[in-house]
Design a protein around this ligand. Structure first.
Ligand code: MG
Length: 453
């Protein structure tokens, strides 16, 4: 294996931290200075609805301008909207968001000119500039200028609403929970465009997140479920804090597990375009494989992280592979005919198209998926390397995939042991056709590694 430089500041989803502690305006300005020293000349800037958004965003902007970039401030918008706008108009982008993290967090994510998140190599170059304070600060006659372009958000909404041109949503009623985040300005609009009658909860932007936390967990969505029941909606959709993810409740108000959401969308998209390739991380349910078999598609696995999925989709496509679908089993879905990033607004629109095409209740479609049960556990340990070595030896007669951690593949079951990048624990995912089989496989793995935990 070649020696790899590692990231010190950026995680898989940009830089994130608690405001006033690890995320400060000083750091944000340095990120802006580093970015404008590497990319330009025109950089788009956006943010989610967090209370710290204006302060952090202005600091990023100051850094960008000081190092000569022109800044197009798009204001509050979903991350995928900024990515779409950058892809169509600008040289790079920065979005101030902490996605699903609680309100005290904020962060900065860097977007390349093709609308994808900056990869590890690009991020390491920015980090080196930040740690070395190596910035291309400009004189008075070469600093950047800035302007606002709120009208560009409309382009995104129109593009998403136009992605399913044969759509007849009829008078579908839909309940939307944007979680007081930036999708307040987009998802209800997109769904109205499609002909839906839209009801919202947590539909006013508010960085204190009074209704629920930015993570759209089942516990936080009781209000959305109730709204679905009260309005007779065909489904309810909720977003995380920057609306690159979408999760759903069915017409009975029941939360749809995100791997099942992924499989339903995959079945819909790949059913219309059979024979293609689906890209997803090694942590995704085997429903992806089972649905791929139905649609004569194949699954290609990546490391865990949407950036790796997006990059893999692009590199396969560049080599002539027909990549039809991708994303993660956490509500982060990538529609490659639209753009190569997770897009919650697009996922909501796709659900309308799916239901309009299937003409069946969502609960019935979920029930039609193959049986599966997934165990997810956190194992506290500092011995990740030793544990992986032990698992590699113990399960050497199984089919092992080392794309990210160790994935043990068996007939109708698989398990993944994967170290956390930042904390002293490992994740253990085990999935089988039924709960007893999944638990037995999980116990087998824990038994094998218990002496080295
Ligand atoms: Mg997000």
């Amino acid at each position: 294996m070649t020696e790899k430089k590692t990231k010190r500041l950026f995680g898989t989803n940009g830089v994130r931290g608690v405001i006033g502690e690890t995320m400060t305006p000083q750091l944000a300005m340095k990120i802006g200075m580093a970015l404008a020293s590497e990319r330009g000349p025109v950089i788009a800037l956006g943010r989610d609805t967090r209370t710290s958004g204006p302060a952090i965003s202005c600091a990023v902007s100051a850094g960008l301008l000081a190092c000569g970039a022109d800044v197009v401030d798009l204001g509050v918008l979903p991350t995928p909207a900024l990515q779409f706008i950058v892809k169509n108009h600008f040289d790079a982008g920065a979005v101030v968001t902490a996605s699903h993290n609680p309100p005290e967090y904020n962060g900065v994510k860097i977007i390349e000119g093709d609308g994808t998140e900056m990869d590890d190599d690009g991020v390491i170059v920015l980090e080196e500039r930040i740690f070395n304070e190596d910035f291309c600060i400009q004189n008075w006659d070469a600093v950047g200028s800035s302007w606002n372009a709120p009208e560009l958000l409309r382009e995104y909404c129109v593009a998403v609403a136009g992605a399913f041109p044969c759509l007849h949503a009829g008078n579908m009623t839909v309940a939307v929970d944007p979680g007081s985040g930036p999708a307040c300005a987009t998802t209800p609009d997109i769904l109205s465009h499609l002909g839906c009658r839209v009801h919202t909860i947590n539909g006013t932007m508010d960085g204190t997140f009074p209704g629920r936390l930015p993570e759209p967990s089942p516990e936080g969505l009781s209000g959305l479920s109730q709204l679905v029941l009260d309005t007779g909606a065909s489904f309810g959709v909720a977003h995380d804090g920057d609306a690159d993810r979408a999760v759903f409740v069915d017409e009975q108000g029941n939360f749809i597990e995100e791997n099942e959401e992924f499989a339903l969308m995959q079945r819909f998209v790949c059913g219309n375009h059979p024979g293609g390739t689906v890209v997803t991380p090694v942590s995704t349910s085997f429903l992806a494989e089972k649905v791929a078999a139905e649609t004569n598609s194949r699954v290609v696995y990546t490391e865990v992280g949407s950036i790796y999925v997006a990059r893999k989709m692009l590199s396969l496509a560049a080599n002539g592979v027909e990549v039809t679908f991708g994303g993660e089993g956490n509500g982060g879905i990538i529609f490659p005919f639209h753009q190569h990033c997770r897009d919650g607004g697009m996922t909501a629109a796709a659900m309308v198209a799916l239901l309009a095409a299937e003409k069946k209740p969502l609960s019935e479609l979920v029930a039609s998926l193959p049986h599966h049960y997934m165990v997810k556990e956190k194992l506290h340990t500092k011995n990740a390397t030793i544990i992986l070595e032990r698992a590699r030896k113990t399960f050497s007669s199984d089919n092992i995939d080392e794309t990210d951690g160790i994935r043990i593949n068996r007939e109708n079951a698989w398990a993944l042991l994967r170290p956390s990048g930042t904390e002293p624990f490992m994740r253990l995912y085990v999935e089988a056709d039924n709960e007893p089989a999944a638990r037995a496989f999980a116990d087998e793995i824990k038994g094998a590694i218990s002496s080295v935990l």
